[in-house]
Design a protein around this ligand. Structure first.
Ligand code: AR6
Length: 189
């Protein structure tokens, strides 16, 4: 089953698997403030990309929550990695949703400024940082739509949200279809 929408000049789709195996221009990492590497997506990206990514991260230093920084992609099938730092979910009363929205806004602006045609994004904050998957997917899709609405001429041609498993895929697909429901449907079994 393939979740896919076209909206203005951008294709928005979902891909299931390890983000490091999916070729793009710009690969987004779910990083931490120290840009120190870690587990989850971060661990996979540094393991597959090689030490030059971490060396560049060390030179940059750190990245506040909601922001992102750009490095080379090393051996990854991408031109650059956008290291984005999502919020840690506490109880929902600590600006978690606002910070995740800001994080996605910064990712899209950074991708636009880099001129990337194809961007892949993992489910930021939904692993070690414990952000609820449904709310995170809703924020990802609504922020993508708003960005395309404002920047459709310079938005990436393709935005791929990456799901690690079938359950994550279903959550992303539900919110993809909810946010982009009024557009042309390309739905294949
Ligand atoms: N490809 C795609 N998605 C993945 C992969 C992968 N290879 N591996 C995990 N996921 P997380 P966070 C999913 O924990 O919550 C790190 O240690 C995962 O199932 O990677 O933002 C960093 O260094 C989950 O749905 O990122 C930070 O310290 C989603 O990606 C901290 O964790 C995000 O999970 C960041 O936590």
């Amino acid at each position: 089953m393939l979740g896919l929408r076209r909206y203005k000049r951008t294709q928005i789709d979902i891909w299931q698997g390890d983000i490091t195996q999916f070729s793009v221009d710009l690969m987004v990492n779910a990083a931490n403030f120290e840009l120190a590497g870690g587990l989850g997506v971060d661990g996979a990206i540094h393991a597959a990309g090689g030490p030059e990514i971490l060396a560049e991260c060390k030179k940059i230093g750190n990245c506040p929550t909601g922001s992102c920084v750009v490095t080379t992609a090393g051996r990854l099938p991408a031109k650059n990695v956008i290291h984005a730092v999502g919020p840690v979910w506490v109880d929902g009363n600590n600006k978690e949703a606002e910070l995740l929205k800001t994080c996605y806004e910064n990712i899209f602006v950074t991708a636009k400024n880099l001129g990337g045609r194809h961007l892949s994004i993992p489910a930021i904050s939904t692993g070690a940082y414990r952000f609820p998957q449904g709310l995170a997917a809703e924020i990802a899709m609504t922020t993508a739509k708003k960005f395309i609405d404002h920047e459709y001429q310079s938005a990436p041609q393709r935005i791929t949200f990456v799901a690690i498993d079938g359950a994550a895929y279903d959550v992303l697909q539900k919110h993809l279809f909810a946010s982009f429901a009024d557009e042309i449907d390309h739905f294949e079994q």
